[in-house]
Design a protein around this ligand. Structure first.
Ligand SMILES: Cc1cc2nc3c(=O)[nH]c(=O)nc-3n(C[C@H](O)[C@H](O)[C@H](O)COP(=O)(O)OP(=O)(O)OC[C@H]3O[C@@H](n4cnc5c(N)ncnc54)[C@H](O)[C@@H]3O)c2cc1C
Ligand code: FES
Length: 323
């Protein structure tokens, strides 16, 4: 059984247990969020022993060479001594809340001022820190050239540690820490003439709102079909803004969809099912999928079966933290 040394602790890592789960069992876990290797919140460094390669997927080469790894996807193969990361490996930026708007009872829009050297591509995500130990991952909905702020859309999860704090406590003027921007679900250079299919559920619309405006701003000429879905009308937001955007761009087709409520204003059904019924042949299309993890995974497979190449399917499953 591998032994994990961390601070003063010597922890036995059980078979089938991740290093994060092991440290959690010994009450000394690093901060974590997605617990699936996406957000990098849990980043640690191995100073004795070797982390498995699979625990270093998605890290920059310079970090891999220094022994950094992601404990939430690390199944130790031998003894390891691990430490918390240096500040330089996991850079944080101060962000000041300059605007908080409750868009619907379930969705808030937050705009933060950040240092001008914070760089991102619309659709990437960052970690918002509630405290040194507690962080959650949120996608960036803004476009740098369209505004001097970074924007998030947060869905209120009942009993959620961070989303409820954002809704109920965080106020304009407050400052907090965010991580660097990560992720590869963004508008790709060279696809200006491709047809794009974008599907989002709930606050999964945040990255799509950034990506679609980035594409239009870069002069995209192919068709863009955006399917925004929710169960109830209270979770569909920025509908009027999207309708106005679609009126301005003849290659943009906007489909707000409700799966549970039926009203004349919205298409009736699940956004992913409607999208794939109306676009049954996705050969040479680029597909973007963001939101509920099950929707993203199921639609990824269906888009591939409809002819889209795996390299042209970009996705952000909003994996929940295991609390
Ligand atoms: C790459 C990525 C990007 C993301 N981007 C966004 C974004 O732009 N906007 C956004 O609102 N969220 C986003 N999320 C989700 C976000 O990181 C949090 O998981 C979410 O806000 C819940 O955190 P919480 O602390 O409020 O709830 P927690 O305290 O973590 O969870 C409380 C309980 O609710 C459950 N739960 C958590 N989320 C959901 C859910 N969606 N539906 C049902 N049950 C749930 C948990 O399993 C737990 O039992 C993203 C996640 C990832 C991985
Ligand atoms: S990468 Fe480990 S918690 Fe997200």
């Amino acid at each position: 059984m591998p032994i994990i040394e961390f601070d003063e602790n010597r922890c036995d890592c059980n078979p089938g247990e991740t290093l994060l789960e092991c440290l959690d069992r010994y009450n000394c876990p690093p901060p974590s969020s997605c617990q699936s290797g996406l957000c990098h919140t849990c980043l640690m460094r191995c100073v004795k022993g070797t982390p498995p390669e699979s625990a270093q997927n998605g890290l920059k080469d310079s970090l891999v060479k220094q022994g950094y790894f992601l404990p939430c996807v690390c199944y130790p193969e031998g003894d390891m001594k691990v430490v918390m990361p240096d500040d330089a490996a996991a850079p944080h930026t101060s962000a000041k809340l300059i605007e908080k708007t409750i868009l619907t009872p379930a969705i808030a829009r937050l705009r933060f001022a950040v240092d001008e050297d914070f760089s991102y591509i619309p659709g990437q995500y960052t970690n918002i820190f509630k405290s040194d130990e507690v962080a959650r991952t949120y996608s960036i909905a803004s476009v740098p050239v369209l505004g001097d702020y970074i924007e998030f859309h947060i869905e209120k999860i009942s009993g959620g540690i961070v989303s409820e704090w954002i809704f109920n406590t965080l106020k304009e003027g407050d400052e907090l820490q965010i991580s660097e921007a990560l992720g590869e679900c963004f508008y790709q250079a060279g696809e200006e003439e491709n047809n794009l299919l974008m599907i989002a559920t709930g606050s999964g619309f945040a990255p799509i709102y950034g990506i679609v405006r980035d594409a239009l701003n870069q002069g995209h000429t192919g068709e863009i079909h955006v399917y925004q879905g929710a169960g109830m009308a209270e979770k569909l937001y920025l509908v009027d803004e999207m309708k106005i955007l679609a009126e301005k761009h003849e290659n943009l087709f906007y489909h707000p969809c409700l799966s549970r409520d039926a009203t004349e204003d919205f298409e009736s059904g699940r956004a992913n099912e409607l999208a794939l019924t109306e676009h049954a042949d996705l050969k040479n299309w680029t597909v973007y999928l963001c939101g509920h993890p099950e929707m993203v995974k199921a639609t990824q497979r269906k888009a591939f079966l409809a002819g889209a190449s795996m390299k042209d399917i970009h996705s952000d499953p909003f994996e929940f933290a295991k609390t």
